[in-house]
Design a protein around this ligand. Sequence first.
Ligand code: AMP
Length: 219
Amino acid sequence: MLNIILMGPPGAGKGTQAKKLIAAYGIPHISTGDMFREAIKAGTPLGKEAAGYINEGRLVPDEVTIGLVKERLSKADCQHGYLLDGFPRTLPQAEALKELTSELHSPISGVINFSCDKDELIRRISGRRVCRNCGAPYHVETLKPKVEGVCDICGGELYQRKDDTVEALKTRLSVYYKDTKPLEEFYRQEGLLHEVDGLLGVDELFKKINVIFREVDQR
Ligand code: AMP
C-alpha cells in the first residue's frame, strides 16, 4: 500500500515530484494547498474562509483543514493509496490523520521529508510561476516556458501566487520551522521518516523517491 506523505518547506520540490509520482503510480494527489486554491477560485464558503490566511502565508485553522482531508481520504479513489502533499503541517493535524487512518484500517506507509536550505528556497519560490489552468510549475530563471507567460503543456496563463511574494514567503517559512518541522520527530518515532535532498536535480530525486516507494510498498 502506498499511503504517502510528502513533507518539507515550501519550494523544496514536493509539488514537482508529486506530479511525476502520480503519473507513475496512478494514485490520487491530495494537495491541501491546491484544494484551497480551487475553493477560492470557485468562490465557495471554504474558499472565502481560507483566502485571508493563504494570501498572508499563514496556516488555515486545523479544524477546517482536518475536516477537508477527512472527507477527501474517505473517497473510494483513496482505497489503493494516495499522495498527501502539504498535509499534515501541525501536530494536531498529524494526530488527527493517525486516528483517521486507523479508523480506515489503512495506516500511513511512509513520509518523504524534503530538505533544502533557506536561501535556495527563497530563490526558488520568489521566481516561481504557476499555470493558472493546469498548475504546472515554472521558474523565471531555471525552468522557463518556451513562450514567456504561457504554459508549455496546456497553453494556460502563467502567474505568480500571491503567497509567493517575498513578504508572504517570510511568514510561510517561519510557520514551517515553528509548526511543521517538529513533525519530523513525530514521524521518526513512528519509524516512517525517509529523508531526501531537495537540492538534487528533478530526475535524480525522482529516482531516489522511486526506490523508497518500492521499499515501502513491499512491507
Ligand atoms: P501549499 O500550496 O501547500 O504551499 O499551501 C498554500 C497555503 O495553503 C499555505 O500557506 C496555507 O495557508 C494553506 N494550507 C495548505 N495546506 C495546509 C495545511 N495542512 N494546514 C493549514 N493550512 C494549509
